[in-house]
Design a protein around this ligand. Structure first.
Ligand SMILES: Nc1ncnc2c1ncn2[C@@H]1O[C@H](COP(=O)(O)OP(=O)(O)OP(=O)(O)O)[C@@H](O)[C@H]1O
Length: 235
């Protein structure tokens, strides 16, 4: 399976944020998306999730060499700021999500199995989501996105505000989930990107380019990324 973006562009009035995004993502890989503040990472995710209209270009899936339209259930999107219904308990939210997606979720599991999977403690499962910490809300958002088994999982800086233990658990989780799907992960934490991702992709000057990590040790590779991103400031 591939996820192919061709000549995608997006402007905000006169500001050209995405100029010509042309990229092919392949199943089984985690892609680390790096870019300066304001480079357009969230805008790209919003366009791919169809929350925002693009100004040009297209994107589609390719299965067994055949192109097909992107269906809503193909894309999972975890926002950097978790948005969950605060008036529900963790358990109510999960049950509600499973109920409304009953037809599309293959092999639903008992609720506690999902909570166990995300290491959400039994005493927290019946608490209101408004009383969940940022990291716990983030886990819930991640959970509902992975239950739905999207082909493409977009993660907008999901680990930035998590403590080291939860961040490590999330990393393990993402690694365990990567087969059979495309994971695109935006982050400002370069070590995390180098550690977790199979490919590093830079969003720079409105285009996406892969950074070749062949034959470079980690420090040289980091310098190369910083040098490439620094160019952006001379615009
Ligand atoms: N709805 C909008 N209306 C106008 N301009 C916008 C809108 N959304 C984003 N922008 C602009 O588009 C540019 C890219 O923003 P975006 O949030 O996509 O960047 P980012 O790479 O995710 O940044 P960061 O790393 O700081 O989160 C910025 O200049 C931003 O001000």
């Amino acid at each position: 399976m591939k996820f192919i973006i061709e000549h995608l562009s997006k402007n905000f009035e006169k500001k050209e944020v995405l100029r010509d995004i042309d990229f092919t993502f392949e199943s089984g890989k985690i892609y680390g998306l790096l870019g300066r503040n304001g480079a357009g990472k969230t805008t790209l995710f919003n366009c791919l999730n169809r929350d925002m209209k693009t100004d040009g270009g297209r994107f589609y899936m390719e299965d067994g060499g055949l192109p097909r339209e992107v269906a809503a259930e193909d894309i999972g999107y975890v926002l950097s700021t978790p948005t969950v219904p605060e008036f529900l308990t963790g358990r109510e939210f999960l049950r509600f999500f499973l109920d409304i997606n009953e037809k599309s979720i293959q092999d639903p599991r008992p609720l506690d199995e999902y909570f166990d999977y995300m290491s959400i403690e039994p005493e927290d499962r019946n608490k209101l989501l408004k009383d969940y910490s940022h990291g716990m809300k983030n886990k819930m958002q991640m959970l509902i996105n992975i239950i739905a088994r999207p082909s493409v999982l977009l993660l907008d800086e999901p680990l930035t505000s998590l403590d080291v233990v939860v961040a490590e658990e999330m990393k393990q989780l993402l690694r365990s989930l990567k087969n059979g799907r495309i994971t695109i992960f935006s982050t400002h934490i370069m070590d995390l990107a180098l550690d977790l991702c199979d490919e590093i992709v830079l969003l720079n000057h409105g285009v996406l380019e892969v950074v070749d990590r062949a034959d470079l040790d980690s420090s040289e590779f980091k310098d190369k990324i910083i040098a490439a991103l620094r160019e952006e400031s001379h615009d």
